[in-house]
Design a protein around this ligand. Sequence first.
Ligand SMILES: C[S@@+](CC[C@H](N)C(=O)[O-])C[C@H]1O[C@@H](n2cnc3c(N)ncnc32)[C@H](O)[C@@H]1O
Length: 273
Amino acid sequence: MLTAPPSNVSTPATGVLLPPHPLLGDYYTDEAGRLAQVRRWFDASAGNYDWVNTFMSFGSGVYYRTDALRRLGLGPGERLLDCGSGTGVIAAIAQGIVGATGLVVALDPSSGMLAQARSRGVLNLVPGRAERLPFADASFDRLTMGYALRHVADLGATFREYRRVLAPGGSLLLLEITRPRSRFGCAALRLYMRTLVPLVTRWFRHSRDTAALMRYYWDTIEHCVPPETILAALRAAGFEQVQRQAQLGVFSEYTALRPQQDQTDKSLEMEQQ
Ligand SMILES: C[S@@+](CC[C@H](N)C(=O)[O-])C[C@H]1O[C@@H](n2cnc3c(N)ncnc32)[C@H](O)[C@@H]1O
């Protein structure tokens, strides 16, 4: 069951609030309930997440993320923030690429997930949410977020924070799963992700919470705003070269650049002249 979008998130200057999906009434009744439920599920499922992810992606998850970071052009010495890092899969791969002269920070609101990331060898772990990042302006050259965008409260606030913490010229990579456009494709993926994956999770991991999280995972995909809305929100937050590449129409990669000179900087300069 769907209900109205949350109303208790800080409103940007434009007054527009953009949640990635409506409140899903089968799981919670308000934004506070959503926050509590999502955090509880991820904490409870942290020890199962890598297993489920490997099963769900037929073992291709680490390869796919590594390839995406290489295509992004990540190199030695760079500073990368991985938001919604979870068990730190992306952060650990990035650490290997940026090397000792670079910096990788993994951010996540779930302490259970951060503990898993620590045991994977991720060095810099920060509790927090994408909508309000505890970092100074222009702290990073790259920002990644893998499969966590559907859990933020407001896409506008999130993307404005991403632009703020990226240095001018810095780039963004968002990995997401997108609902297939065809009816058949959507039904097939729903059967796999909403029924089969939770069932197998119950059998092999004996966790009701993880099975419920995986059902919820699909529901957030099915009710997510379309890619065009995500692209428009990135542009509205001041990003340029905003693009989406999709593999099989389902595996979306959103990329964008923080301009070398922000529009606001340009306006200020013109005012001063
Ligand atoms: C599906 S996991 C993704 C893990 C990892 N990025 C990957 O590539 O597999 C989603 C993560 O998003 C985190 N999350 C939930 N709400 C968030 C928020 N508002 N900001 C940042 N991360 C959030 C969850 O705690 C969880 O660890």
